[in-house]
Design a binder for this molecule. Structure first.
Ligand SMILES: [Mg+2]
Length: 303
C-alpha cells in the first residue's frame, strides 16, 4: 500500500522550474535564480518503526534523526547548513529524555557545522515522532542526482555493506565531505545513498537513469556485522550486504577512467569500491563465473 501511495504522491508533485527534480531524488533542488543552489530534504523517524526506545539511547536516536538527513544531502553532493527539528513527545516519557535526544542531534550538528535553526514541539499520547528538515547548497556543478548514469560507467560504493541492525544504523558517518570532494575533483554521473539496501537502491538509480546494472558480486565489500548476521540468520553475508539497508554509504556511477584516478588518490581510495557496471537495457544482473549474466533478485527493506 505504501508504494502505491508514494507513487501517487510523486504524481501530484510534478517537476517545475522551481523544483526541477520532482520527488525522485534524495533531496529537492530549489532552483530559485536568487538562490540557485539550495538543496532541501526531510526525514521522519517513528518510535516502533525506526527505533525502539528500550534498545537504543536517546542520544543515538537524536543523532540518527539528523544523520539520515545529512546522508541525503551527501547523496546530492550538497554541503549542509541548517536544520529544523519537529518533535512530538509522548506524555508518558520524561522531558529530561527529550533533552538527551536533542543533545545527540546537536553533538552531530556541531561536527558537521550545521546549525539548528528552528522547529516545533508537541505532546501527545502516541509514540515519539522526530522530523528533521535540513537545507544546504550544491556546488556550481549542480546537485548529483539519480538520473545521470551512463552505459559504461562503473558502479561504486563508498564502504562495506550489510548488518547495520547490529549498530551501524545509528553510528554511521554521513559521507558529506567525501561526496563534496569527489564531485569537485572528479566527473560523477549519478549518486544516491543506500538506505533501503544495495539491490533496491541500485534498482531505483538505474530506473531513474533508464539503464541497467550488472554487479560483480565478489567485489561487493561486506562488513564484519554482515558476517555476524549471516551466522545468526543462515543467509549468506552477501545476501545481507545486498539487502539489509541502512548502510548510508553512497552509491555512485562514474566513467572507468575517473574511477582509476580515484583509486590512485590517497584522500579517497579507501572509500572507492567498484562493484559493477552500468549496461544498456534495464534491470539488475550479476556476472557469473562463466562470463554470462543472470538476473539479480531485488530484496531490501521497504519502510
Ligand atoms: Mg536517500
Amino acid at each position: 500500500v505504501e508504494a502505491d501511495f508514494v507513487a501517487w504522491l510523486q504524481d501530484q508533485f510534478r517537476p517545475t522550474s522551481l523544483a526541477p527534480l520532482g520527488l525522485m531524488d534524495d533531496a529537492a533542488w530549489i532552483r530559485d535564480p536568487r538562490n540557485a543552489s539550495l538543496i532541501i530534504t526531510t526525514d521522519m523517524l517513528c518510535e516502533g518503526v525506526h527505533f525502539e526506545v528500550d534498545k537504543t539511547s536517546w542520544e543515538r536516536i537524536g543523532r540518527k534523526s539528523l544523520a539520515v538527513n545529512l546522508s541525503d544531502l551527501a547523496a546530492m553532493a550538497a554541503e549542509p547548513q541548517a536544520a529544523f527539528l519537529s518533535l512530538t513527545w509522548p506524555h508518558h516519557y520524561a522531558e529530561h529524555d527529550a533533552r538527551r535526544l536533542v543533545q545527540g542531534l546537536l553533538d552531530l550538528a556541531r561536527e558537521y557545522n550545521v546549525i539548528l535553526a528552528g522547529g516545533d514541539t508537541n505532546r501527545w499520547s502516541g509514540g515519539v515522532v522526530i522530523n528533521v528538515t535540513i537545507f544546504g547548497h550544491c556546488s556550481d556543478r549542480g546537485p548529483l542526482t539519480r538520473t545521470g548514469a551512463q552505459v559504461g560507467d562503473m558502479i561504486l560504493v563508498t564502504g562495506p555493506l550489510g548488518g547495520s541492525l547490529l549498530g551501524h544504523q545509528f553510528d554511521f558517518t554521513p559521507r558529506v565531505a567525501l561526496a563534496s570532494y569527489l564531485q569537485r575533483e572528479y566527473e560523477l554521473h549519478a549518486g544516491m545513498d543506500i538506505s533501503d539496501g544495495l539491490s533496491v537502491d541500485l534498482d531505483r538509480l538505474t530506473r531513474a537513469s533508464r539503464v541497467g546494472g550488472c554487479l560483480q558480486l565478489d567485489f561487493i565489500p561486506i562488513t564484519e556485522a554482515a558476517q555476524e548476521m549471516s551466522r545468526q540468520t543462515g543467509h549468506s553475508a552477501l545476501h545481507h550486504a545486498l539487502s539489509d539497508g541502512e548502510d548510508f554509504e553512497l552509491l555512485l556511477t562514474a566513467p572507468p577512467t575517473e574511477v582509476d584516478r580515484m583509486l590512485g588518490d590517497d584522500q579517497v581510495c579507501q572509500h572507492v569500491f567498484p562493484i559493477g557496471t552500468i549496461i544498456s537495457g534495464d534491470g539488475l544482473w550479476f556476472a557469473t563465473a562463466s562470463g554470462t549474466r543472470e538476473r539479480l533478485a531485488i530484496q531490501g527493506y521497504l519502510h
